[in-house]
Design a protein around this ligand. Structure first.
Ligand SMILES: [Zn+2]
Length: 393
């Protein structure tokens, strides 16, 4: 029977929302097309038209107390090519435009498009500036391109707001909205990062699988779970006889960690409770809770040449917990890293004999985060099988 069962700081499950697109704008058609000499539609014409269009639009937006639109050079170039390569631009389906933009600009979370045609520049400008979506505050950029189609001018205009791809570095510069691609099903989705969250498990809204584990460190900086393992080595690890009894070697390292670090209950200081410590921090501060001592022990075991992983998951009726698994010569053992007093070989429990209360949900080592594969019966009895765990770097 494994001893203390303790709480891991509350894990905030962040389910990202699906990327939303606004409905396509209306397709304006003027039935009274007049036969008139069309202007030369070159890049200068396009630039002048865009300047007028943005100028008029932003005047109107100021009136609505909405921030002005800017141009987006990449989307601008893209729709210009899109329009030029289309043999019948007047017949472009807006859904086609959306699909293509979505594929090429996954961060373009808000999109609206409008296709209008007219027989003169003035008429084109009048049609385009009467577009309802132009007043929408969610749009930050406008891109417009014009081509000639027979005796008419055709304008494709796209309103957009692009959000950055999620990265730990950007998340640390401030919360907000990001997009991400799910490594399991490749779906692109948006996620809102609340800066107050200290521990985050990112999950995909489409396949519902988790794909990233992040936590705030002692300095309040977000790190990926793996980055809490800093390559720590317990003192004197070099003195361990590599040819000696492997279980005893594991025990020697565990004892050093247990002797050094006092268990610090999560509830004692709520504000600090969700902060994870790197292996160095736990060693230096001589205290930590379940994930801190597990991180320190796993890092130390890896430094000594063992294959070890931190397991986070659910423990019985108690709640979220973190513990250690180590592979010793092909046999897997569960280590309850919060055991304080003089752990013995009897505390090194083979996974097959461990309490069924241990239900791992994610694992990590220095390089990989491991998420459950489609073998839910296997995860609690085999912490190292590829068939049970999918590793993501
Ligand atoms: Zn997915």
């Amino acid at each position: 029977m494994l001893r203390p069962i303790v709480m891991l700081g509350a894990v905030g499950i962040l389910v990202a929302s699906a990327v939303g697109f606004s409905t396509p704008g209306s397709l304006g058609v003027n039935p009274l097309a007049l036969l008139k000499q069309l202007p030369e539609v070159d890049s200068e014409f396009n630039q002048n038209f865009r300047d007028d269009f943005i100028g008029n639009t932003n005047q109107m937006r100021v009136g609505f107390a909405v921030d002005p639109l800017k141009s987006d050079a990449e989307i601008q170039d893209y729709i210009t090519t899109f329009l030029e390569e289309n043999a019948t631009p007047e017949n472009i389906e807006l859904n086609e435009v959306f699909d293509s933009l979505q594929e090429n600009f996954p961060g373009a979370q808000y999109l609206a498009a409008n296709l209008v045609s007219a027989v003169s520049r003035d008429e084109l400008l009048a049609q385009l500036t009467s577009w309802d979506e132009l007043a929408h505050p969610e749009f930050h950029e406008a891109s417009t391109s014009i081509v000639k189609a027979g005796r008419r001018l055709v304008a494709l205009s796209v309103l957009s707001r692009r959000i950055p791809r999620f990265s730990v570095e950007l998340a640390n510069r401030g919360g907000g909205r990001f997009f991400n691609s799910c490594p399991h099903c490749n779906s692109v989705h948006a996620l809102d990062l609340d800066k107050k969250s200290k521990t985050l498990i990112l999950s995909c809204p489409d396949c519902e699988l988790p794909y990233d584990v992040l936590a705030a460190d002692c300095n309040g900086e977000m790190r990926r779970a793996n980055d809490f393992l800093t390559g720590f080595q317990v003192p004197g690890v070099g003195l361990i006889d590599k040819n000696g009894n492997k279980k005893e070697n594991v025990l020697k390292i565990w004892k050093q960690v247990a002797d050094r670090c006092t268990y610090e209950h999560d509830q004692s200081d709520f504000n600090e409770s969700e902060v994870w410590k790197t292996s160095d921090d736990t060693w230096l501060q001589k205290q930590g809770d379940c994930e801190d001592s597990s991180i320190l022990l796993v890092d130390s075991l890896i430094s000594a040449g063992f294959d070890a992983r931190v397991a986070i998951g659910w423990n019985g009726n108690i709640g979220q917990h973190a513990w250690v698994v180590v592979n010793i010569e092909g046999e897997q053992f569960v280590i309850e890293s919060t055991i304080q007093e003089n752990p013995t070989l009897a505390d090194l429990v083979p996974v097959k004999d461990a309490s069924p209360f241990y239900r791992p949900e994610q694992l990590f080592d220095r390089q990989y985060l491991y998420f459950q594969n489609d073998a839910p019966d296997k995860v609690a009895v085999d912490y190292f099988a590829d068939s049970a765990w999918k590793g993501i770097k």
